[in-house]
Design a protein around this ligand. Structure first.
Ligand code: UD1
Length: 359
């Protein structure tokens, strides 16, 4: 049997890794791994492949960034000939990113069976691009692999036949449990407790600049009580540059250097994360541009490059609190028993609130 996996963005990798690993135990299963290239920075992709022990992708579609329509269309266009050439018996897609729905659509049009890993999650907020991706991917899939009972219930409510639904648990937590001992070796040497770990990247938080400013101001106030470690996603990095430009009366955004070091990527106070396989940028005077984020003479936020998986897990485990808008981090903090404050009005992962540490 030939199974083809499609991954594209950071949160896909820790979900696909345990499935690839488990299937490799079956001699009769041949596996192909396709990376769409939605995430392409080394710190957003390569380092995760290395740390999760994933094989090199058989093919990278190299779609890169763009509007949602451009990115989704680019995956559809690039994936179709690959699917026709490779002729798998089953395609597995993961999570809720644009690559997920695009690959599922191509499969359904070509009559190739598709399985969705992390099916059934719903925020019931259709302004979230991921919610649209979840709804459509589940409608297109032949096999729906759910992490929890609420996923099954959502699918049944939407008219999916129960014979297609398979509750398999949370594969992202399988990665976490397997690599926790390695993560403990990667705790950065210069971090002292207590600290809050922050991630923000959702359009609803970072694309609305007045709202982003308000969030930064709140974090700045919090930094009087505990240090704030903030690994900055590329999308957020661009928005922080806009915040900074507008503070200086400059409305034009500096041209993006997405593959290189930018001011926002450079930390105001850098945390050395040990022997990272990612070439890290040197701290430089350029990072000073972000210091005004710390108003009221409070200590600055510690803005960091996106962190590798193991370093991030290590920091999560010992954090006093995690403040995030990520979906996966809500689940990881619940597993780790670390308090999590989710900066959103809803969650597609209600189990992290009813049974976990999420608020
Ligand atoms: C995507 C997913 C989101 C997931 C997130 C995790 C969708 C709709 N969203 O959002 O669900 O939580 O990944 O990170 O699929 N960029 C880089 N380097 C990269 C990748 C992106 O610089 O390697 C920059 C580009 O300027 C790009 C922006 O980040 O325009 C956003 O990337 P994109 O893949 O469009 O969405 P994410 O915000 O990462």
């Amino acid at each position: 049997m030939h199974i083809l996996h499609v991954v594209g963005a950071r949160p896909n990798f820790m979900k696909a890794a345990p499935v690839l690993r488990a299937l490799s135990a079956y001699a009769e299963v041949r596996q192909t791994l396709i990376h769409t290239g939605q995430h392409y920075d080394s710190a957003m992709s390569d380092v995760f492949f290395q740390q999760l022990g994933m094989p090199e992708p058989d093919c990278n579609l190299g779609v890169g960034s763009g509007t949602h329509a451009q990115q989704t269309a680019a995956v559809i266009q690039a994936f179709e000939p690959v699917l026709q050439e490779r002729k798998p018996d089953l395609v597995l897609v993961y999570g809720d990113v644009n690559s997920t729905v695009a690959a599922a659509l191509v499969c359904s049009k070509l009559g190739v069976r598709v399985g969705h890993v992390e099916a059934g999650l719903r925020s019931r907020d259709r302004s979230m691009p991921e919610e649209i991706n979840r709804l459509l991917t589940d409608q297109l899939s032949d096999m729906l692999f759910t992490p929890s009972a609420d996923g099954d219930e959502n699918l049944i409510r939407e008219g999916i036949e129960s014979s297609k639904i398979h509750r398999v648990g949370n594969v992202m937590i399988d990665s976490l449990a397997r690599l926790l001992p390695s993560a403990d070796q990667c705790f950065p040497g210069d971090v002292t407790s207590p600290y809050a770990l922050v991630t923000l990247h959702r359009p609803s938080n970072v694309d609305d600049l007045p709202w982003l400013r308000a969030l930064l101001s709140t974090l700045s106030e919090l930094s009087a009580h505990l240090s704030i470690l903030f690994p900055v996603h590329p999308r957020t990095r661009q928005r922080l540059k806009e915040v900074e430009s507008s503070r200086h009366g400059v409305t034009e955004v500096e041209s993006s250097t997405a593959h290189g070091v930018t001011e926002a990527e450079t930390s105001t106070t850098r945390v050395e994360t040990g022997a990272s396989p990612v070439p890290r940028s040197e701290a430089s005077g350029k990072g000073k541009k972000l210091e005004p984020l710390s108003t009221h003479a409070l200590p600055p936020l510690r803005l960091l490059d996106p962190l590798p998986y193991l370093e991030f897990i290590a920091l999560q485990r010992r954090a006093a609190v995690v403040i995030t808008d990520s979906g996966g981090i809500q689940e990881e903090t619940t597993f780790l028993g670390v308090p999590c404050l989710t900066v959103r009005e809803n969650t597609e992962r209600p189990i992290t609130v009813t049974m976990g540490t999420n608020q």
